[in-house]
Ligand binder design. Structure first.
Ligand code: TSB
Ligand code: ZN
Length: 584
């Protein structure tokens, strides 16, 4: 998507359009007062005080009509310079403008722009006339606290976008529509994968039965892979003492991302944001020889993070999550091989899911902001250069980003772009020399001496939550059959005549552990077929008299209108093969 804020021409156009919208709103709501109206990546918005009035979608249509009128009126947009006194006098009845003027730096030339009866305080620049603003669209309205402070009044924030040609606007609107269709929150709702409730709380989605099937399959898939690679899985509690997180350094460096502590009897606990401390103690529970390493401790582990309420988003960014986590305890000479193993596992998983849109990022510390990270320059230099060296040796294409490291070490992150355009991390592989030190971990080396292991933190699916969000967006809800909540949907043409046969097929497939649904509702055939398409079922069986007479089944594959007719055994084998091969 084009970044409107960064494009000089579009930036001006959108800024002028925001003014024109304000003018239209002032005509419709003479008491309206305006706070700020900036250009953003997606277009523009304006924060407006309309008293108790909340704008509806119908109101936006009226505002658009008025804006079109202003376009026709061809109002010239004129710049005027003002002294502070003049500005304060001109806007004396507008507390928002007075606030802005009083907060301006001394010596700033104050300018305002006038178009017809409307004047607004503004730095500009603007287009010459409103007639140049005809290719616009208002997109949505939401409430926004004045100055972003929840103690303040709620203003109406109206979003819009403007282009220089009709074609560009149309193309953009089509892009937005596709984006909306790809948004995992919409797919998650349509396919009944997860729900949220204000009564549970922000950032705390709940997995519905369909979502839970997907999640259980993903859990099996990744745990099986890890077991085959020599991982050992554990279960640990999702809280820990404050002391534990003081020992690890989370208390000092990760505090802002944690929920506040709870006091119980004479103990203090926190909901854990990460699992590393627990796993460090599991390692420490036994004596290890150099021959035992690497030791790979994995867990599907519940974590809790205090994400900003404005940042939580569906399953993509949550406050209660389940990490596909593991900590690898390795000798220094094993670092490269183990990182290689993790990278290969990531690539293998992405191949299984046919994910192609991702980039590798080497996430480093921000040297100008060192207090966010543990304080040991030598250790940082070593960890960062070691990780970079390994990535270069493994021939991985990556870019570097400062300020994105964990507090305990640098990371290799796999970055993805969500439907909403968020750039977020899915998989991660992190090199850590710190926690082994803080927990005084060791193993006995070849000379019989106690030495420190190195820890690699890694999450392949990231969290089940985020992974599922991405999976829904990448597949647009067309899940591969092995993950589909319903793998085969059976529709009898007429319940009176074909239900018995349909039930027989249903039982046969169910006995083979296929997730099968028999749609025996008293609805029209066409309705049931349409619904099966909407639910994105991989296979839909349509069973009528022809099938009953010939003892065959007719099926439609998702995305196709063609029907194929085969024997029951043949169909069962097709489905079982697709499932076993994890067919995309
Ligand atoms: C990999 N200690 C390491 C672990 O051993 C760790 O916690 N790393 S992390 O902070 O990067 O988190 C691991 C993964 O969790 C991230 O790569 C990301 O995919 C996922 N994740 C992080 N925060 C959230 C969130 N709020 N909602 C959903 N997923 C998240
Ligand atoms: Zn960790």
């Amino acid at each position: 998507m084009i970044n409107i804020k960064e494009d000089e021409n579009l930036n001006t156009l959108n800024h002028s359009c925001a003014h024109m919208m304000a003018q239209a709103i002032k005509r419709l709501y003479p008491n309206a007062l305006f706070w700020v109206g900036p250009v953003i990546e997606e277009g523009f918005y304006y924060d407006i005080d309309l008293g108790d009035k909340s704008l509806t979608d119908e109101d936006l249509v009226e505002i658009e009509k008025q804006m079109k009128k202003i376009v026709k009126e061809d109002k010239l947009i004129k710049r005027e310079e003002l002294t502070k006194e003049e500005a304060l006098e001109m806007f004396k009845d507008d507390p928002y403008k007075i606030d802005l003027i009083n907060n301006m730096e001394k010596g700033t030339v104050i300018t305002c722009y006038r178009q017809g009866e409307f004047v607004d305080l503004c730095r500009g620049p603007h287009v010459k006339s409103t007639k140049l603003l005809k290719n616009f669209k208002l997109l949505k309205v939401s409430g926004a606290y004045f100055k972003g402070d929840s103690k303040n009044k709620v203003l109406q924030r109206v979003y819009g976008v403007c282009f220089d040609t009709k074609e560009a606007l149309e193309e953009h609107m089509q892009f937005l529509e596709e984006q909306k269709q790809r948004d995992h929150r919409k797919i998650g709702k349509d396919l009944e994968i997860f729900m949220t409730s204000d009564l549970v709380g922000r950032g705390l989605p709940m997995w519905l039965p369909n979502g839970s099937i997907i999640r259980r399959e993903l859990e099996r898939y990744i745990v099986d892979k890890e077991v085959a690679l020599g991982y050992n899985h554990v279960y640990t509690p999702c809280l820990g003492s404050v002391e534990l997180y003081k020992t690890s350094g989370h208390w000092d460096h990760y505090h802002e991302d944690m929920f506040p502590k709870m006091e119980v009897d004479d103990e203090e606990f926190v909901l854990r944001p990460m699992n590393c401390p627990h796993h460090m103690l599991i390692y420490k529970n036994a004596i290890h020889s150099y021959r035992d390493l690497p030791i790979r401790i994995g867990e599907l582990a519940a974590d809790f993070r205090y994400e900003a309420s404005g940042a939580v988003c569906g399953l993509e960014r949550v406050r209660a999550m389940c990490q596909n986590d593991a900590h690898l305890f390795v000798r220094p000479d094993q670092i490269k091989e183990e990182i290689n193993g993790v990278v290969n596992l990531i690539l293998e998983v992405y191949k299984d899911f046919n994910f192609k849109n991702y980039t590798f990022r080497l996430s480093l510390r921000d040297k100008d902001n060192k207090e966010k990270y543990f304080d040991n320059d030598e250790m940082w230099e070593k960890a960062e250069s070691e990780l970079r060296k390994v990535l270069q040796e493994l021939n991985i294409d990556f870019y570097e980003a400062n300020g994105e490291a964990a507090f305990y070490g640098p990371k290799l992150d796999v970055q993805i772009k969500t439907a909403l355009g968020h750039d977020i991390t899915l998989s991660t592989c992190q090199l850590d020399f710190l926690l082994p030190e803080r927990f005084d971990l060791n193993y006995i080396n070849e000379e019989g001496k106690k030495v420190r292991p190195v820890v690699i933190h890694r999450a392949i699916l990231g969290t089940l939550d985020r992974f599922t969000a991405f999976l829904l967006e990448e597949t647009k809800g067309n899940l591969p059959i092995w993950l589909s909540p319903i793998q085969v949907n059976i529709i009898p043409v007429n319940n009176n005549y074909h239900l018995e046969y349909a039930s027989k097929i249903y039982e046969a497939l169910k006995n083979k552990n296929v997730r099968v649904n028999l749609d025996d509702r008293d609805e029209k055939l066409g309705y049931k077929m349409r619904e099966s398409v909407l639910h994105k079922n991989p296979y839909t069986l349509i069973l009528g008299q022809k099938e009953v007479d010939s003892n065959m089944v007719s099926y439609r594959l998702r995305g196709s209108e063609d029907t194929s007719t085969v024997s029951i055994d043949e169909f069962t084998n097709i489905v079982l093969d697709d499932i076993k091969n994890k067919k995309i």
